[in-house]
Design a binder for this molecule. Structure first.
Ligand code: PMM
Length: 336
């Protein structure tokens, strides 16, 4: 007998963009580019580089100039094997940067698994809460998010970094990730989060060591069918090492040598209609998003002037197809 379909307490039309975003971001009309600023000594790619406020701000300024639409600020590394930091240390690292970015009018998301840090960041003006554990790590986080009224990114996660590689056990990774994400959506909604504020993230690299990541990227359409906007966080991750290209100079760069492969995935993810990509190397990924946008528009017969191929932004659009063409009014377009 087939398993009964779970009864859901929430219902919503498919969305490509969450509610509750600052105006600028809500009306983007293309995949958003989230630049990463980890204020940690030990993140796998940028650990130790942005511990001083001035260095972190320089980095954020550069990412914004290169085309970042928002900045994701994190104070706790989630690289495989990483240990936890204390709540106070996490906030000590990121609080000043969040406050300064908000004061400059930058859209900030806070990358945290802790309710207290999410609450402090929201009070400081962070616009989005990004929890790689999807609300699992800290049982109070979802209520804090509900109270804040902020959009929330729920990542697929099976356990903390110290032991997550051992949790890479799937029969059908796409089906299991989808089901586990929906379980977290249920908990979020039960905690009072409006479904329209939820973004889902397949959690690339989290309890997924290598091959498990690819089916998730190959089936973004299936994840999109869950009805929520998607975020893809593939940037520089280990599973890209085999596809980074043969140039030994890339190998010598370490994780940054995976930037070309990341940008290729960004173009494909944008073409698939994801709401946001979370990236380290903003310039290349911002270009990748625009390539996907130009192709999508050309495919629908939009002329090059309107596409903005001369180099400018396209500005707000009233495009009415699915995929990349998502606007506030037409937030029904899901995965192309
Ligand atoms: N990955 C990392 C950290 N935060 N947030 C989301 N939503 N999705 C991710 O895939 C994700 C994340 C780990 O990468 P980093 O050390 O480069 O920040």
């Amino acid at each position: 007998m087939p398993a009964p379909t779970p009864r859901r307490t929430w219902r919503q039309a498919p969305r490509a963009v969450p509610d509750g975003l600052p105006e600028r971001l809500g009306r983007l009309g293309r995949t958003a580019v989230m630049g990463i600023c980890n204020v940690t000594p030990d993140s796998f790619s940028d650990g130790g580089r942005h511990l001083q406020l001035a260095a972190a701000l320089d980095h954020c300024d550069r990412m914004l100039a290169e085309g970042a639409d928002l900045i994701d600020v994190g104070g706790e590394s989630t690289r495989p094997g990483a240990g936890r930091v204390s709540r106070d240390e996490e906030w000590r690292r990121i609080g000043p940067l969040i406050k300064e970015l908000v004061a400059r009018g930058v859209v900030v998301s806070v990358d945290t698994m802790r309710a207290a840090v999410a609450a402090a960041a929201a009070r400081a003006g962070a616009a989005i809460v990004n929890d790689v554990s999807g609300g699992q790590s800290d049982p109070d986080l979802l209520a804090v998010v509900a109270e804040s009224g902020r959009p929330v990114i729920l990542g697929h996660w099976r356990g903390h970094s110290a032991g997550m590689d051992g949790l890479d056990r799937y029969g059908d990774v796409v089906a299991e990730v989808a089901a586990e994400l929906l379980g977290q959506v249920d908990k979020a909604v039960a905690a009072g989060v409006r479904p329209e504020l939820i973004v889902l993230d397949p959690g690339l690299g989290f309890a997924k060591t290598g091959a498990s990541n690819w089916p998730l990227l190959a089936h973004l359409d299936a994840l999109g069918e869950l009805g929520f906007p998607l975020l893809v966080g593939a940037s520089r991750k280990r599973f890209l090492e085999p596809v980074r290209g043969p140039d030994p100079a890339l190998a010598a760069l370490g994780p940054a040598g995976r930037d070309h492969a990341t940008a290729a995935l960004t173009a494909l993810s944008a073409a698939a209609g994801v709401w946001c990509v979370r990236v380290h190397a903003v310039a290349a990924n911002a270009a990748a998003v625009r390539v996907a946008e130009a192709l999508s528009q050309a495919g629908r017969g939009v002329g090059s002037a309107e596409i903005g191929l001369a180099g400018g932004e396209t500005g707000p659009t009233d495009r009415d197809s699915t995929g990349l063409a998502f606007t506030d009014e037409q937030n029904r377009g899901m995965i192309a």
